[in-house]
Design a protein around this ligand. Sequence first.
Ligand code: CP
Length: 309
Amino acid sequence: MQLSTKHLLGIKDLSSEDISLILTTASQFKEVLQRPVKKVPSLRDITIVNLFYENSTRTRFSFELAEKRLSADAINFSSSASSVSKGETLLDTVNNILSMKVDMVVMRHSASGAPHFLAKHIPAAIVNAGDGINEHPTQALLDAFSIQEKIGSLEGKKVLLIGDIMHSRVALSNIYLLKKMGAEVMVAGPPTLIPTYLEQALQVKVEYNLKKALQWCDVANVLRIQLERQNQVLFSSLREYNLAYGVSKKLLDGLQKEIVIMHPGPINRGVEIDSDVADSSQSIILQQVENGVAVRMAVLYLLAGKKAE
Ligand code: CP
């Protein structure tokens, strides 16, 4: 089976069949990653550039490891150490890299739509590793994979996204994916951080009371406050944010059930999540990171158009 798209620009463009194919393929690669030799020759004829115009720890290392595990040749670009500082444009930069026989581009950029722009102008397949406040498709895929692994099929599961929904590309990609796969989605946070169009346009529930939201869900995905993307004050202080919307052990202990706690990282301990929640047995935060490698292997492998071995 093949994906219906040449690029992975966003979950918005994927069908539910595409998503299932990626998740099934990721399961196969996760099995490979449990072996003593965690490597397959699938992409040994492929060269990939990791083009990061914005900082990253998890996504960047995860893609790099996925490429190594697939035997691809990988080169890494960081805008701060490149000729971007001399005024070179995005398109000139990419065309120069592609002229060295590079086949695929993994790209993170602070501008929403940057990978979509690139896709109109270059022949190589592009994987969006996060564009501004738009999408972070591989994060949503690894989140879905991790939920399935923990509690089974996404169909009918109640998933809560908490926090800075307005500036979160993780939230938008998760909402698209979870709705396509039959999950129920609720967002919770301060009214100033929840876009008013969400409820109508994407059929998500909105709840401003965190305790009620937690009582509703099976899974809570806690998001970071994206201070770097906020150009105005949207809540009173981080301390007050923590009091109203921080996920604490006391809140979780007051529920009648045990829910799954997720976070895409990086975590701001003591702001959106307390340490005794982030590090608890309810938390699958590090499993999400582990699963990111298998999911990104699946995406790269499928976009390279290879048959299963
Ligand atoms: N989750 C995530 O995108 O983390 P990084 O910014 O470290 O890649």
